[in-house]
Design a protein around this ligand. Structure first.
Ligand code: ATP
Length: 364
């Protein structure tokens, strides 16, 4: 398998897209996307259903004919509008949601299948090593139909990694698994990917999964890249209301900037870079709204409608009044068990790291 040697800064990305566009008929599924994945890096493509994630992945694999732009692997052009290297010559591994194992081949033969160039014994040894890496060393002689979904997905991963690809492309690899198994398989997958130092592009619609796996997250919207960055960038420094809302529930409020701040039902939020009079959207994550039962009279007050424990945190539904006396329904998420009875008066304080003010999208 690949070493963990660090790449020199000037090395080309293991996989890169350059102004790639793709339409189905007149519908633009991918619109001028540029994106690079470095050796050893995991980039997760996320976004709502239909935003173009799978199309972008398939263009990288060569499963879709590129219409505009370029795809390069290790700096070599593998696709542009007039020519395309076929998928099997690109040095990529592929893993899909449905595993796509051959039912008539044993687990070992499934994994050995892609190792064409090597002699039989060497192929089988490499396939065994790859199976051991994903914890499936004891299942070589089993047939796919005797395995659980999680085990089949591990075999699919072993098969993709056995030829030591430069790039691994995974399309919703865990979505066929139930929640518990999904958590276990993706944890193992993360360790295997990092141990192999392979450049990975993984499609998921699940923001938490992306944050769990990714070194960087590429958020797509309507065929375009909305924002790309580390999980911390996307979660704590979203550049648009869409990006802020994609990574979890948000409390929203409109407002106008006055003296470098905006009054919201949650309290005053700073807006230092926006001029007076600008209409804004203010968003606060529920986990950015802390409640106290005996708050001081100067803070924003709310009344609890309901509180539910969600496991490691509690979700509290509140009614708060804004400056004009209008009622707003607000969510707060508090760590652990915090379950004030309905009707309790509480004070709200905002964690400004989880509060975002954007010029109103409607204002254009
Ligand atoms: P999902 O999360 O639902 O899988 P996605 O973000 O992966 O969605 P794509 O599968 O890339 O999105 O599809 C992008 C758009 O292109 C969608 O509107 C889809 O309906 C359309 N589309 C995808 N494949 C084809 C096709 N073969 N023919 C026509 N339209 C297609």
């Amino acid at each position: 398998m690949r070493s963990n040697a660090t790449a020199p800064n000037d090395r080309p990305a293991a996989l890169s897209y350059h102004a790639v566009s793709h339409s189905y008929g007149r519908f633009p599924a991918v619109d001028s996307v540029s994106l690079g994945v470095d050796q050893g890096e995991i980039v997760c493509l996320v976004g709502p259903s239909g935003c173009g994630k799978s199309t972008l992945l398939r263009l990288g694999a060569g499963l879709e004919t590129l219409q505009a732009g370029e795809v390069r692997i290790a700096g070599q052009r593998v696709a542009h509008s007039r020519s395309s290297v076929p998928p099997e010559k690109r040095g990529i591994g592929l893993v899909f949601q449905d595993y796509a194992l051959f039912p008539h081949l044993s687990v070992l033969d499934n994994v050995a299948f892609g190792l064409n160039g090597d002699a039989g014994r060497l192929r089988r040894n490499r396939a065994r090593t790859s199976l051991e890496q994903v914890g499936m060393g004891g299942f070589s002689e089993a047939f796919p139909h005797t395995l659980s979904g999680g085990q089949q997905q591990r075999v699919a991963l072993a098969r993709a990694l056995a030829p030591e690809p430069r790039v691994l492309l995974l399309d919703e690899p865990f979505s066929g698994l139930d929640a518990r198994l999904r958590a276990a398989v993706r944890d193992d997958t993360l360790h295997v990917l990092k141990a192999n130092s392979v450049a990975t592009l993984l499609v998921t619609h699940d923001p938490e999964e992306a944050m769990f796996l990714a070194d960087r997250i590429a958020l797509m919207r309507d065929g375009r890249l909305e924002q790309i960055g580390t999980p911390v960038d996307l979660y704590y420094r979203p550049r648009t209301p869409f990006a802020a809302a994609f990574f979890g529930d948000v409390n929203r409020s409109g407002g106008q900037v006055r003296g470098g701040a905006v009054a919201t039902p949650f309290g005053r939020l700073p807006a230092p870079d926006l001029p007076d009079g600008v209409a804004v959207d203010a968003l606060v994550r529920p986990e950015g709204l802390a409640l106290t039962l005996d708050g001081d009279a100067a803070s924003v007050r709310g009344v609890v409608d309901a509180a539910r424990v969600l496991g490691s945190s509690s979700l509290i539904h509140l009614t708060v009044l804004d400056e004009n006396g209008a009622r707003h329904h607000v969510h707060s998420r508090m760590p652990g068990q915090f379950l004030p009875p309905a009707g309790s008066a509480v004070s709200l304080s905002v964690d400004l790291k989880q509060a975002f003010v954007f010029p109103s999208e409607e204002a254009g």
